[in-house]
Design a binder for this molecule. Sequence first.
Ligand code: HEM
Length: 151
Amino acid sequence: MQFSELNKMSDLPIITAEEVAKHSNEDSCWIIIHGKVYDVTKFLEEHPGGAEVITQLAGHDSTTEFDDVGHSKDAMEMAKEYLIGQLPEHEIPEVQPAAAPAPVTIKKGPSAFSQFLSSPAFANIAIPTTMGIGIYVIYKCVTRSQLVTVN
Ligand code: HEM
């Protein structure tokens, strides 16, 4: 389940970003995550990541920072306890599209031809065979030209 799917409660109180901004210190610390407003004042000291990371974001939208940490499902469940409202529809930022996956680099191995060139079959069979054919052709040419000369 995605964090943004949690708490799809339409009856949550509407709280504007302007109101959230008034709660920007450790005595009253509200943050916005995915359009939902959380009063995390009492959670600050319990936060496993420390109080400071949250107080720095107090009164602001912390969606990106929250997501970037890669919080566990437990953390997302825990967040429900502190949910106090939601932003008005028009203040909810557009959902950021998921980052495009990094291009997969397929490391190509050597081609079949270059594999053949470096294989023992090439050294042991192809080279001697080619040399044999070459010697035979030269021999034939020489003997034919000698015949022509004699006649
Ligand atoms: C309602 C809000 C939040 C809740 C309930 C929450 C909960 C948690 C929990 C349970 C953990 C332990 C690791 C895990 O289970 O994922 C954690 C770690 C952490 N959190 Fe939060 N968190 C909240 C907001 C934030 C915000 C706004 C930030 C801002 C950057 C943040 C930064 C971190 C960091 C840096 C860690 C430590 C990660 C680590 O050591 O690997 N958290 N949080």
